[in-house]
Design a binder for this molecule. Structure first.
Ligand code: ATP
Length: 290
């Protein structure tokens, strides 16, 4: 096979708790990660030479070693010694720097896609293990199934996937710095912790009510305080019938959970009218391949 195409799905956090801090400055987390239907598409093509050539429809992204896709190919080269060239085209749809693991999911798709294209023979489990060297969210993206993530995000336990629902995802036009968000959280004397175990139980029960009651993200405390637009988007989502709304990751993306597609579409229109978001999506939980 000379060419392979893979979808790279975005994630949201159904719960995100920060449970400690390691001596190296990394934060220990406990979070439930869930793919959603918003995806990038990556096309991998064999080359005659040894070059790694990256192209994309997104004019802003770096195309060299700063791109996580490039880092993923370098990791495969290190693991196998194989230096066959590859051209990778990225069709970007996932909002960038949004708390939706856009770069990490592209890296995961590259590990899986190039492994397959070049017949490198690496097992998915090994790719998952090694991929933390690219970023803390990459192992989850390699797994591609609902998971409880601990450690810095790399210790994964599969959990039950959520029942069907419709989502509105809104990315406001602001840039949030993840290190600044974590520093602001560190400066708080204490904060309420979300019920991660309760969320896992709600998933096992396929109980959408309980799931919505347990949505929580400690980082929202600090990001939403700094950027009122996050609360404003959530207010509109709730007013339009969302069962619950929450910020994903360190933000600024916000999602709302709806029973029907019609409700989600109506809420999306209301947000469009309010002009609070730069990018808007109606989607669902994605429980298939990663
Ligand atoms: P996370 O949820 O894991 O914190 P994020 O959604 O906040 O991730 P990304 O979209 O992964 O953030 O992008 C963060 C930065 O990484 C961007 O500023 C971008 O320049 C860089 N980056 C490198 N490679 C990629 C890629 N393939 N896609 C998106 N961003 C990339």
């Amino acid at each position: 096979m000379e060419q392979i195409t893979k979808k790279a799905y975005a994630k949201i956090n159904l719960v995100l708790d920060v449970t400690g801090r390691l001596p190296n400055g990394y934060h220990e987390v406990s979070m439930v990660m869930q793919n959603v239907g918003i995806h990038d598409t990556l096309t991998f093509t064999k080359r005659e030479d040894e070059q790694i050539v990256l192209t994309t429809n997104d004019g802003q992204l770096p195309l060299g070693e700063d791109n996580l896709i490039y880092k993923a190919v370098l990791l495969l080269r290190e693991l196998t010694g194989n230096k066959d060239g590859v051209t990778i085209h990225l069709e970007k749809r996932i909002p960038v720097a949004a708390g939706m693991a856009g770069g990490s999911t592209d890296a995961a798709a590259t590990l899986l896609g190039v492994n397959e294209l070049l017949g490198l023979g690496l097992q998915k489990e090994q790719l998952q293990e090694e991929s933390v060297r690219i970023g803390a969210d990459v192992p989850y993206c390699v797994l591609g199934k609902t998971a409880h993530a601990q450690g810095i995000g790399e210790k994964l336990t599969e959990v039950a996937s959520p029942p069907q629902a419709y989502l509105v995802v809104a990315k406001p036009d602001i840039n949030v710095s993840t290190p600044v968000v974590y520093r602001a959280l560190d400066s708080l004397p204490s904060y309420p912790h979300p019920d991660v175990e309760g969320m896992i139980h709600a998933l096992e029960q396929k109980d959408l009510n309980a799931l919505c009651e347990r949505l929580g993200n400690v980082l929202e405390l600090v990001t939403a305080k700094e950027y009122p637009v996050i609360g404003q988007i959530e207010d509109i989502l709730l007013k339009e019938g969302a069962r619950a709304a929450l910020m994903s990751g360190s933000g600024p993306s916000v999602f709302g959970i709806f029973d029907t597609k019609e409700q989600a579409q109506t809420a999306c229109k209301a947000l469009e009218k309010a002009a609070l978001a730069k990018q808007l999506f109606v989607t669902t939980f994605e429980n298939g391949e990663g």
